[in-house]
Design a protein around this ligand. Sequence first.
Ligand code: CUA
Length: 306
Amino acid sequence: MPEQASEWAPYVDWLNDYITNISVFCILGITAVMLYFAIRYRRKGLDDKTPYITHSATLETAWTIVPTVICFFVFFYGFESYHEMRNPPANAMEVNVTGVKWRWDFEYANGKRSTNELVVPIGKAVKLIMRSQDTTHSFFVPAMRVKEDVLPTVYSYLWFTPTKLGEYHIFCAEYCGLQHSGMLGTLKVVSEGEFGDYLYDRQDPDAVELPPAELGKAKFAEKGCTACHSIDGSKGLGPSLKGVFGGEHTMSDGSVVKADENYLRESILYSQKKIVKGYEGVVMPAFEGQLSDAEVNGLIAYLKTL
Ligand code: CUA
């Protein structure tokens, strides 16, 4: 196994070792007993008859219950870790990740951008909000024990807490065309101080652009969103967007939707897909094709601040 560099790693490895050890124990044990029986109970002559044996309830109950208990243990241990892996904490540092044939682009909350190099501070939870610009990729950092598909249609997420300083490989783990094997990156885990220096290093003027939330705020005004959506909680032609992110909203069909990045993106680009209850008669223009990915990310980042 690669070195353990995240909080997940010991758990993932423990379960992996546990399953491997049980498998090895069973293979060796079953093979040994099989060989022993084949020799011990082989047919010794023409009149050697197999005795009539029906069954043993004790034995059969034991070999049903023991593996069932082991399987349930593996399931619950895996389920609990997986559940935690799928639910990033609210205070995690967010980084936007874009998979492009054949590179990884990263964007931090302050507008800092980088390609094929993700720098994170040690000991802090990092949440990656990932999307692809073309085909399906998969973001894989073996040392962190995390891997997740990166899709063109929806945002997918990863989160981890790095526990060890150093540089680690980032791979694309989904065949995505000619240069798939060259779609590599480096994850650098640095100290808090070093990370601050990196984030605000403006020596390279191209590396820093408008922070996403500021870009979003500008677009929000430019596209006329303010005409229908208030940001102070007052009711307009459309629902107020104050505190919209992370909240639970009732739709016109009675379903309840948690406003995450995917919901907000869908509501901006394909506004008629889900209508908030009480706003059935209002038609918001769909912005499909009118906003770049960076602008959509920016609008979402801005909505998070409200
Ligand atoms: Cu991207 Cu393989």
